[in-house]
Write a protein that binds this ligand. Sequence first.
Ligand code: ADP
Ligand code: MG
Length: 314
Amino acid sequence: ATPAATMVGTSIGAQNGVLFKGGDILERVRDVETVVFDKTGTLTKGEMSLTDVVVVDSRTDGGETAADGGQLTGERPDRTEESVLRLAASAESGSEHPLAQAIVEGARERGLDVTDPESFENVPGHGVRATVDGRDVLVGNRKLLSDEGVDPSPAEDELRRLEGEGKTAMLVAADGELVGVVADADTVKESAAAAVSALRERGIDVRMITGDNERTARAVAESVGIDPENVRAGVLPDDKADAVEEIQSDGSRAMMVGDGVNDAPALAAAFVGVAIGSGTDVAIEAADVTLMRDDPRDVVKAIRVSEGTLSKIQ
Ligand code: ADP
Ligand code: MG
C-alpha cells in the first residue's frame, strides 16, 4: 500500500477504536488465518463472583456432604460452609488473582471474618498455599492438591457438576485433608458470540487458550460458538506462547487476542498480537494492535480496516 493509504487506514482504525502499531502491522492483519482468544477477560468480562461453597467430607467412615444438612457434622467444626469459605478467603486474601478476590469478597458479603494469613505462597497456574489460624491451607486445582499429597477425588462429582456449568471450581484443604469446594463464575461478554460468528463467516479458524480446566473451558467455548476441539485448556502462564507457536507450526498465521500479564509472551509470539484495551500495560506493550474498547467484535473491525473494507465509523 502507498504511504497515503496506510495513513488513511491507520486513521480509520483509530476512529474505530483500533490502534495499529505501524503501517506494516496494518498490512499484516489481513493475512491472519487463525484467531486465538484468551478466555478470561477477553471473551469473558473477567469479573468473577463467588457462586458456590460445598462441604466435602473425605473421611472413609463418613462421606456425607452438606446434603445431610450438617446433622452428621456437628463434631467437626471445620465441616460447615462458613468454615470452608472462611479458610479459603483468609488464604486467598494474600492473592491478587481475580479468582481469589472474588472468594474474599464473597466471604465478606456473607458476613464472615476474613483474616490475614500468617504465611502465604502463590503457586502460579495452580492456586495458593497459606497458614490460617495455624492450619496449613491449600486452595486451588486438582494438581495443587495431588502435588501436596492430598487426594482430590472425593470432590470429583462436585467439581464436574460445577465445571459443567462453566464455573471455576477450586478445592480447599486444611492440614492435609480435603474439606470443601468453592466456585467462581465469570460472565461471557455480550458480543463474544457475534465476534466469533463474524470471524468464522470470513473463513477464519477461531480458537481459545486458557489456564482454566477443560470442562469449564469447553462450556464457555460452546456458549460463544467456538468448536470444543479448538480449545486448549490447562495451559500454564509460561506455556501460552508455546501453544501459539504450536498452532503456527504448520505455517498458519495466527492472531492472539489477550488482556493479561500472562498473555504478553503469547501476544509477542503470534503473527499478530492484539491487546484488549482494558487489559494490563504489559499486554498492551507486547501487542501489535490495541483495541481501545473491550469489545471482541473490534477484532473483526481490525481485519476489515486492514482489508480496506471499513471506510467510516460504524
Ligand atoms: P487463566 O489463564 O484463566 O487466567 P491461571 O493460569 O491464572 O488462569 O490459573 C489456572 C488455574 O489455576 C485456575 O483456573 C485455578 O484453577 C487455579 N488457580 C490459579 N490461581 C488461583 C488462586 N489464587 N486460587 C485458587 N486457584 C487458583
Ligand atoms: Mg485473561
